[in-house]
Design a protein around this ligand. Sequence first.
Ligand code: FE
Ligand code: FE
Length: 393
Amino acid sequence: MMKIGIYGGTFNPPHTGHIQAARQAIQILKLDKLLLIPDRIAPHKDLPSGSPNPEQRLEMLRIGTQADPQIEVSDIELKRAGISYTYLTVESLHEQYPNAKLILLMGTDMFLSFLNWREPQRIMELATIGVFYRGEKGEKEKILAQRAVLEARGAKVELVENEILPISSTQLRRLLAFGCAGEFLPAGVGGYIEKNALYDTGADWKQLPMEQLEPIVIRLLNPNRVAHVLGCRDTAVKLARRWGADETDAARAGILHDITKALDGPLQLTLCREYGTILDEFGCKYPKTLHALTGSLVAERIFGENEAVVSAICYHTTGKADMSLLEKIIYVADYMEPCRSFPGVEKLRELAFSDIDGALKLGLELTLEHLKNLGDEVSPASRQALEFINQHS
Ligand code: FE
Ligand code: FE
């Protein structure tokens, strides 16, 4: 009997994690064919510029799977009118391949919420369920429990162990904006994206006026970080006014300071690699702290910022010896902007407008204290920053 895998998703854009999962499923489940089925993205009035249309998502998948003769790309969901439910897809594939064994592939989250889908019983009648999982202990227990529940209802479930790459389409779109998605793009897909200027790959974002810069930054941030970043920008402008620094530089450094923060540790390292940056020991050990460095690189290369702005972003988490006024302002604004709340923040807010060096010193001391409590190392730059202040005050 022919075995056909069904693997749906948005594929916006397809990445190497998708291809790897598809190959893994073919091998483990001994599939004769695997259908990749891009789903419809609900038409949304403000889709970001450079978003691909459905044909382009199909085409990217076709290009990315050229080397895999068992993988076929299907437009079955893109062609269907009305809401696209999985059970409808399974029904029409069953009609098309009445004698085949269909295996519907899905990730853990989808599997655990499977009974909330439309017509789960119908899907279980017509297809086996194939679950991708990472082999982590907690995850496996949940999956086995859910498998028992579904099997009691007559489902057939197969597990596909799959080492999941640290990438998602959302993160890949960020890497594309920063010009360093290369290692996660299937062969040929990067070229197609560039040729069609998808995901803003053809855009020039250098020295944009603030009203154009702001929506781009918001799109690249995690939604839960937007208020902090805008708060930091506005606070930095106020501090610049108070202390006589350049207000435009303060605004730009403020809004860009966490521009790469949505990338996790491994992707911070990807960005450093792609930009050819040599890392110090501390950065390698604590890749999450790298967002200050990578943010400064993006500010320079993608947004065309000047040296003062780039440097203020670079030292916003650690500080350093002998900081410029703008560097101090961004460091302090990041620490005490209106979204921040921790014991001592009021004192810091007061000092920021009465004694900027005192505020910087307090911020550094609070950081050291915090890291000590966490049992984490303090970066050499923070130590040097504090030593410098203590020697010069
Ligand atoms: Fe930060
Ligand atoms: Fe921040």
